[in-house]
Design a protein around this ligand. Structure first.
Ligand code: BGC
Length: 249
């Protein structure tokens, strides 16, 4: 069985699991440690290594990390929801140093999109697909005929002078105590903007809240088909593992 290890760096937890690359399923139960604060490169990468060490895996298992910031050329240009000390860091270098081995790093939404595209809801989807994750922020992964265009940051599209994720992320629904209807209105505005800019063929919605998709997807007033992700919150880990295995080849 071909295995790779995936780690998901989130604002509340750092989670990892070994992944069977054939099926996209975990081969052991996921292990999680609370995200340390301040969320500096050192603290985060050491905690990620703790998660990895929990599993007794052989030396040659590829390791991938998905991270909540864009990584053009591997370097963090800005970061919305973790320590600002990350800005300017080469993320793969930081994790590889902590692990003492090569670690592949990619954006968390790109990673989840890669997993959905490989094993989930938009396998073989032609045209333009926009995968979004609704969580602490809004992440995005853009696919054209199944090929990822990395590091799109569509959660930071500006709408009426506001950063979109500051109005429509799942965390905002909780923070502002919005009902599903009110939140769906904000999401409608958000997805309408993306429709205007990209004319996509399909939207896919991931993130923990996609488990409750019946509560809000039917309320959206948009023209493009929109479907919930299938892998939900395992997707980041799975995509990181897949990407690490590809990088190792
Ligand atoms: C970050 C993205 C990330 C998303 C979800 C945004 O604030 O800029 O890179 O994918 O949050 O974590």
């Amino acid at each position: 069985m071909a295995i790779a290890f995936g780690i998901d760096i989130g604002g509340s937890g750092i989670k990892g699991a070994p992944v069977d690359l054939e099926t996209g399923e975990f081969t052991a139960e996921r292990f999680r440690i609370e995200t340390p604060y301040p969320a500096t490169p050192e603290a985060i990468s050491e905690t990620a290594f703790e998660v990895f060490k929990h599993f007794d895996l052989s030396e040659d298992v590829p390791v991938g990390v998905c991270f909540p910031a864009p990584l053009p050329g591997g370097v963090v240009p800005f970061i919305a929801n973790l320590g600002q000390e990350w800005v300017g860091c080469d993320a793969a270098e930081v994790f590889s140093k902590a692990f003492g081995r090569t670690v592949t790093v990619l954006n968390d939404a790109d990673s989840a999109g890669v997993a959905e595209q490989a094993y989930g809801v938009f396998k073989d989807q032609p045209g333009v697909t926009i995968f979004t994750t609704l969580g602490t922020g809004i992440g995005s992964a853009l696919f054209i005929d199944g090929v990822l265009v990395p590091n799109t940051e569509l959660g930071h599209v500006e709408i009426n002078g506001h950063d979109a994720e500051s109005r429509a992320a799942a965390s905002v629904r909780k923070r502002d105590d919005l009902g599903w209807k009110k939140w769906a209105k904000r999401l409608t505005r958000y997805y309408q903007e993306l429709e205007k800019l990209f004319s996509p063929d399909l939207f896919v919605v991931g993130g923990g809240v996609s488990r409750k998709h019946e509560k809000f997807l039917p309320l959206l007033d948009i023209k493009t088909p929109i479907v919930p992700a299938e892998l939900r919150n395992t997707a980041g880990i799975v995509g990181a593992a897949v990407s690490a295995s590809k990088a190792a080849k």
